[in-house]
Ligand binder design. Structure first.
Ligand SMILES: NC(=O)c1ccc[n+]([C@@H]2O[C@H](COP(=O)([O-])OP(=O)(O)OC[C@H]3O[C@@H](n4cnc5c(N)ncnc54)[C@H](OP(=O)(O)O)[C@@H]3O)[C@@H](O)[C@H]2O)c1
Length: 384
């Protein structure tokens, strides 16, 4: 079917609405993707919308179709991810879409999970018109954590730092509260709310004793992960669950003290013994796979510099969100990326800016994504 320019524009607008609906549940759907659905009648009117709220709840297409008594003859159904064709926690969606009488289905991206796809083929076999790839890049971007997890078995990592104009994360005395203002810090709460987990190094736990919760109305606290080779996290650290807090995973080396493990487990934390690199640091790639196995699809890495350096070096730093305050502290204070540094510009880790900087009441937020995969630099940034 040849689409008019006007129809293509309507398709893009409806798909954008699907993503808007899906976005409301970011951070709440793992191991599932975020998905929204819009149903439009023959006259072009939106007659139902649906959204997937999380594991066990209706998929977006079913949520929307239920509002129409599962019947939508002659309508067009928009959904940002291919309708599934397999039995999981809920029955497959594609047969329900087929039986609803929908005439045309518009899909953002195909489902990459082995055994989950096939919805598009089923619908086409039954004579429905199916168009795929509408707003493809935006749909892929929206479900980057899910796609990363489905394709590589690990979460997507976002490195976050609040820095001064000269790139420091603290002063020469170690002070870091507060580099940025209220608006930027509120934006960090939004980021935490939208990630499955937040990860920090034990250096940050010892220096700042953070809670790592998402303090915002209607917010949901992420799980917390600490890279702590020797289990130096104090038993009264704020990020330990105690009785009611969110899950805390402390990743340590295999040879860490059993007495320290018992003390931390008594506070409600989980201790994960992990393999280590030659330099004694926790093997973050192995940890990433284990986090993927635990259905953690998105991790916000909130420092410090040593942890950021490691994730960059191991090619796990998929996205960067940097808040820049117009302040300068100078001197040898820590930068947001530690390690021993690189000697050549040619070996630099490369990123592409994702959109324009956002002004948050005087501070800037800059987002960048990793440039296409390339050869590992010959002079690594960390001693490994
Ligand atoms: N402005 C900001 O946005 C911001 C955010 C966070 C932190 N900070 C500041 O950053 C400073 C702390 O940063 P930091 O660089 O000293 O410490 P860090 O990165 O928080 O923690 C580093 C420690 O984590 C442990 N670790 C275990 N596995 C690791 C791995 N694979 N890679 C890296 N580290 C691993 C190591 O201790 P073990 O050898 O004992 O395992 C290492 O010494 C503080 O001053 C804090 O205030 C600022």
């Amino acid at each position: 079917m040849k689409l008019t320019a006007e129809q293509r524009e309507l398709d893009r607008a409806a798909m954008a609405r699907c993503l808007e609906l899906a976005e409301r549940h970011r951070g709440r759907t793992a191991p599932n993707p975020i998905v929204g659905c819009v149903i439009v009648d023959r006259a072009g009117r939106v007659i139902a919308e649906g959204v997937h709220e999380g594991p066990g709840s209706d998929h977006a297409e079913i949520d929307a179709l239920k509002k129409l008594g599962r019947k939508a003859p002659g309508c067009t159904l928009y959904v940002n991810l291919e309708p599934c064709n397999h039995h999981g926690r809920t029955p497959p969606c594609a047969p329900v879409v087929r039986d609803s009488g929908v005439a045309r289905v518009v899909v953002g991206i195909e489902d990459p999970v082995p055994g989950h796809g096939g919805g598009v083929q089923l619908l086409r076999r039954k004579g429905l018109v199916v168009n795929t790839g509408v707003l493809r890049e935006t749909c892929e971007r929206a479900n980057r954590p899910f796609l990363m997890w489905a394709e590589r078995g690990r979460p997507a990592f976002t490195l976050k730092a609040a820095i001064t104009l000269d790139g420091k994360i603290c002063t020469i005395s170690g002070q870091s509260k507060w580099i940025t203002g209220d608006h930027a810090r509120a934006d960090v709460m939004r980021l935490r709310d939208g990630h499955d987990a937040v990860l920090v190094g034990v250096g940050t736990v010892l220096a700042d004793d953070p809670w790592l919760t998402a303090r915002r109305a209607g917010g949901r606290d992420p799980q917390r992960i600490v890279l702590d080779g020797a289990l130096r996290t104090p038993v009264d650290a704020h990020l330990l669950p105690k009785r009611r807090g969110p899950r805390t995973i402390i990743a340590c080396r295999e040879d860490a003290s059993e007495a320290r493990e018992r003390a931390l487990v008594a506070t409600g934390a989980e201790v994960w013994r992990c393999a280590k690199h030659r330099n004694g640091r926790i093997d973050v790639q192995a940890l990433a796979t284990r986090l993927g196995d635990a259905n953690i699809q998105s991790v916000l890495v909130e420092g410090g510099g040593e942890v950021h350096a490691y994730l960059l070096e191991k090619r796990l730093a998929d996205e960067l969100v940097i808040y820049i305050a117009p302040k300068i502290v100078g001197g040898p204070a820590k930068s947001w990326v530690g390690g021993k540094g690189l000697a050549s510009i040619a070996a630099a880790h490369r990123y592409v800016f994702d959109g324009a900087p956002v002004n948050l009441d005087g501070d800037l937020r800059i987002t960048a994504v990793r440039a296409a995969d390339r050869r590992l630099p010959d002079d690594p940034m960390i001693d490994d």
